[in-house]
Design a protein around this ligand. Structure first.
Ligand SMILES: Nc1ncnc2c1ncn2[C@@H]1O[C@H](COP(=O)(O)OP(=O)(O)O)[C@@H](O)[C@H]1O
Ligand SMILES: [Mg+2]
Length: 260
């Protein structure tokens, strides 16, 4: 089976940060798998996903995404960008535009530069956008303005926009963290189901073990920028999960002990 993501001995520190955000991270995701990155706030989930999306430079190690190595010194060439879709917590929707327009924005990377500039989709672009809307259960909202939608509906638009892009890899950074538990489950099921139906690989981050367990085939636990465990979901161990969330204990006289 081909490999969607391969990370080998990856380390990275944000500019002006005292500690590295990622330390000696290695893992491999086969094409088509759904994987959760599970860890507490500050673990390095957002950093890792942004790096895989080609948005961070200056790291060490080897990283391959969809068969092509990333360059630690420069962002990936624009022709490769549409193959990776990103879903994140902040919506980045065009508030005053319709749902359909927003979902069509997902097609921009697949359009000729002239069409993208003029914002004139082909019939094919429209078909794909409408299918994405239907798959996300919001076909009836196509003409509604985004600023009139609820949080759950907005997140469905974000996912539909990502699907319209026809990505082979979906990176989702805590895609449901701002929704109530019932809504969060629904939307994550939608994302995982749509990825699977399309044969796309999905890598999503979560700080909630229950959600990760329900929607991923495999769980990578991350804490302090390091991989704590990497197991099939059926083998997720309660103790290992608890350890991931253990408070950093203060050591008298020294202050906070660094998480290593
Ligand atoms: N832009 C930044 N500049 C400096 N430090 C950062 C920046 N973004 C994140 N960090 C630090 O990197 C570590 C990992 O953060 P992050 O990847 O956001 O974790 P998570 O998404 O798991 O909460 C944290 O210690 C955080 O404070
Ligand atoms: Mg984060």
């Amino acid at each position: 089976m081909s490999t969607a993501v391969e990370v080998d001995d990856l380390s990275f520190a944000h500019t002006a940060a005292d500690l590295p955000a990622l330390g000696r991270v290695s893992f491999r995701v086969p094409a088509g798998e759904s994987v959760a990155l599970l860890g507490p706030s500050g673990a390095g989930k957002t950093t890792l996903l942004a790096l895989l999306d080609g948005r961070l430079q200056g790291w060490s190690g080897r990283v391959s995404v969809l068969g092509a190595p990333l360059d630690p010194d420069r962002p990936p060439p624009s022709v490769r960008r549409p193959d990776t879709g990103f879903v994140f917590q902040e919506f980045a929707l065009v508030e005053r535009s319709s749902v359909l327009r927003n979902v069509l924005n997902g097609r921009l990377g697949r359009m000729s530069p002239l069409r993208a500039l003029m914002g004139s989709p082909t019939k094919h672009d429209l078909e794909i956008a409408r299918t994405a809307l239907a798959d996300c259960g919001i076909a009836d909202l196509a003409e509604r303005r985004v600023d009139s939608l609820s949080g759950g509906q907005r997140q469905r638009v974000v996912i539909a926009r990502c699907l319209a892009q026809e990505p082979r890899l979906i990176l989702a950074d805590e895609p449901v963290s701002n929704l109530d538990p019932a809504r969060a489950g629904e939307i994550l099921a939608l994302l995982a189901g749509a990825a699977q139906a399309r044969g796309a690989t999905a890598l999503f981050s979560s700080h909630q073990p229950d959600l990760a367990r329900r929607f991923a085939q495999r769980i990578i636990g991350i804490r302090g920028g390091r991989i704590a465990f990497d197991v099939p979901t059926s083998e997720l161990n309660e103790d290992a999960t608890a350890e991931l969330y253990r408070e950093v204990e203060p050591i008298p006289g020294i202050g906070l002990r660094a998480v290593s």
